[in-house]
Design a protein around this ligand. Structure first.
Ligand code: HEM
Length: 149
């Protein structure tokens, strides 16, 4: 019973930090769109500060979401490994999470390029780039909730 409550609390924090992480994954590329379209130095400098701060929050959300996800994985592997290993849904989820982490690193590198005034991406390209986390979010949540395979 106590274990069950502990698992639920870990799951709750996993979801809380996934939400925090996605706030940054959704909004950082939006800031990049404004940044690519801004020409006034004051606006560009203000956007750099916003991007730097939001990147820090995104790192924290991502690291903690992954840590709580690993804690959940550890719990299931210790108590009922078949839950995660029987179907393919969990492996598929992990593969998509690897892509999500790749997207996060890509955002980080773009943030550093904008900080050096060295990013030449058009705002149109950035708008397309902004769609990637939405697609990954839909696929991952469908996989963990529906467990289709
Ligand atoms: C390395 C990263 C991750 C690991 C190891 C991990 C692992 C897990 C595990 C073991 C569960 C428990 C499964 C269950 O109770 O059904 C879980 C639940 C969940 N995960 Fe993750 N996860 C990770 C990242 C993510 C990400 C990036 C998202 C969202 C985009 C996500 C969304 C969810 C949701 C919504 C649940 C709740 C499912 C439910 O209770 O029905 N996870 N995760």
């Amino acid at each position: 019973m106590l274990w069950h409550k502990t698992l639920q609390i870990i799951l709750a924090f996993h979801i809380i930090f996934v939400v925090t992480w996605f706030a940054g994954l959704f909004y950082l590329p939006r800031l990049f769109v404004y940044h690519a379209e801004a020409s006034e130095p004051v606006v560009r400098e203000r956007l750099k500060v916003m991007e730097r701060k939001l990147m820090i929050m995104t790192h924290i959300g991502g690291v903690l979401a992954v840590l709580f996800g690993l804690a959940l994985t550890g719990w299931w592997m210790a108590h009922q490994p078949a839950y995660l290993l029987a179907g393919g849904w969990f492996h598929a989820k992990l593969a998509l999470v690897v892509l999500l982490i790749g997207y996060h690193v890509w955002l980080w590198r773009l943030k550093n390029r904008f900080a050096r005034d060295a990013c030449d991406w058009s705002s149109r390209r950035l708008r397309w780039f902004n769609e990637i986390p939405s697609i990954l979010l839909v696929l991952i949540v469908l996989l963990v909730v529906v467990k289709p395979f």
